[in-house]
Write a new protein. Structure first.
Length: 482
């Protein structure tokens, strides 16, 4: 058993390193890309990324989870290979259908997506890249299933570095346009495809077993609505902004959203470690008291990080981006809060995981996706990007509140929801003050008013008492009360 936990820990560290590495490369390249592209051009790139994300969802269609289940359901190598080949055939078949749709209706899709048919070439390049990336993802998935973690990390980082270098080269020496950037990505994907051909050729065999494929899809299909809900919440705002504003507004919003994910450099490691930690602690008598401290401590750390991001955002944007992207600084703190809440629900839903009530999470996010669509439809026409920010923030606050409430019902943790709510609301008000000061024609020193409000919130809530309180088991508390 110790060896299994040791491997889990080692693999988690390697994947955390991979996640941090890929995000750092993306963050470093963003100012370079935007130095060559105008707001409208970067808006087109960001839209094509969201479009590709939607197509990727259709290509995978829940087969990643299905393959994971059936791959470990047998020790027969030939049967495992059969499952992999059938999933590969299904995904390539979906890519072929999408390719045909783009060929037949490309100008119409470009007109609907960009409101400019001249960007149709981006669709052709993206679908070719999707084909190569589909094969890459399958190869790394099998490597992950075989616990060849180092190879997964190396291939992923190599691909990201190639994308960064060749995209920059294409912008610098080929064409400083969205097409140039996407061609750089396509060439990098093609190179990785050739380098990995010795690993992937055995999976690209067109031998479909319809009984096997039916079995896989029967497992995968019920997972699709939840995945679709997460996709809607993550991506739909961009399309509303494009519809009611412009590609320029999409470009600024896209930069803000990319920079807002900087907080995941901190949360991703905790996210990977939390689930095994909480599961290993569930049978300890002091587990609930420890969970309460973790809930509050992570909320405070996240709140402090959000205020730091809000304070530094104008400097970050002005230093590394062209002046035309300056408005992105205002959105970054609130989009960072959305990113934090997307992480935090995984922490406060511990009770649902421990009691096997995770189906509730799926139902909540399905309803949250509908709420998100409605809020975007109402708010984006009124306030454009600010409407999208408000819609995302309200959606996640509602989702987290419902998930936390249900988790407390099935697995009570001794933490004050009133104090947590006060800290969260105080943090959001502090962000509003900081951003207002930065945008208004008043001295920057007034930013300290936001920090003062945050300090006052902490003092009023006295969360320090919760953190300093000794950890007692339920048995200790019962004995003390008798």
């Amino acid at each position: 058993m110790f060896s299994a936990f040791k491997r889990l820990g080692a693999d988690s560290l390697l994947y955390a390193f991979m996640n941090v590495g890929t995000k750092m490369i993306a963050f470093l390249m963003l100012p370079i890309y935007t130095s060559y592209l105008s707001k409208a051009q970067y808006g087109a790139v960001y839209l094509i990324d969201q479009w590709t994300s939607m197509l990727t969802f259709l290509v995978i269609f829940g087969t990643d989870s299905a393959l994971s289940f059936y791959y470990y359901d047998t020790d027969d190598k030939e049967k495992r290979l059969l499952y992999v080949r059938n999933v590969m055939c299904f995904r390539l078949f979906v890519v072929a259908i999408l390719f045909l749709a783009v060929v037949l209706a490309g100008p119409w899709i470009a007109g609907a997506l960009f409101q400019e048919p001249r960007y149709v070439d981006l669709l052709y390049i993206s679908i070719a890249t999707l084909l190569l990336d589909t094969i890459f993802v399958m190869a790394t998935t099998v490597l992950r299933f075989e616990f060849q973690t180092k190879k997964v990390v190396i291939w992923t980082l190599v691909k990201m570095l190639l994308v960064a270098v060749l995209s920059y080269a294409a912008l610098r020496w080929f064409a400083a346009t969205p097409e140039g950037l996407l061609i750089g990505r396509l060439v990098s994907s093609a190179l990785v495809f050739l380098l990995m051909l010795h690993l992937t050729v055995k999976y690209m065999v067109w031998r479909v077993r319809f009984d096997v494929l039916k079995e896989l899809l029967a497992y995968a299909a019920p997972l699709v609505p939840t995945s679709l809900a997460f996709w809607v919440i993550a991506n739909v705002s961009t399309f509303f902004i494009q519809r009611f504003a412009s590609l320029e507004e999409v470009g600024v919003f896209g930069v803000a959203l990319r920079l807002a994910t900087v907080i995941t450099l901190i949360t991703s490691g905790v996210q990977m470690a939390w689930r095994p930690y909480s599961m290993s602690m569930k049978d300890r008598p002091e587990s609930r008291a420890l969970f309460a401290k973790v809930y509050m401590a992570l909320l405070l750390i996240g709140a402090f990080g959000l205020l730091l991001i809000a304070t530094a955002s104008p400097w970050l944007v002005e230093t590394f981006f062209k002046p035309e992207y300056r408005d992105a600084a205002s959105y970054i703190p609130f989009l960072s809060a959305v990113t934090f809440l997307n992480f935090y629900y995984l922490i406060v839903s511990t009770g649902l995981f421990l009691t096997k009530e995770t189906g509730y999470i799926s139902r909540v996010f399905t309803l949250a996706a509908l709420l998100h669509l409605a809020l975007n439809a109402v708010l984006v026409p009124l306030w454009l990007s600010w409407g999208a920010v408000a819609a995302s923030l309200m959606t996640y606050m509602v989702a987290v509140a419902f998930i936390f409430r249900k988790s407390q019902q099935v697995y009570p943790v001794p933490v004050s929801w009133k104090k947590m709510a006060l800290v969260l609301v105080g943090t959001l008000l502090s962000l509003i003050v900081i951003v207002y000061v930065q945008q208004a024609p008043i001295a920057d020193g007034w930013v300290l008013a936001g920090w003062g409000l945050f300090a006052a919130t902490l003092f009023a809530s006295r969360v320090d008492r919760d953190l300093r309180r000794p950890v007692r088991t339920i048995e200790d508390e019962n004995a003390q009360n008798t």
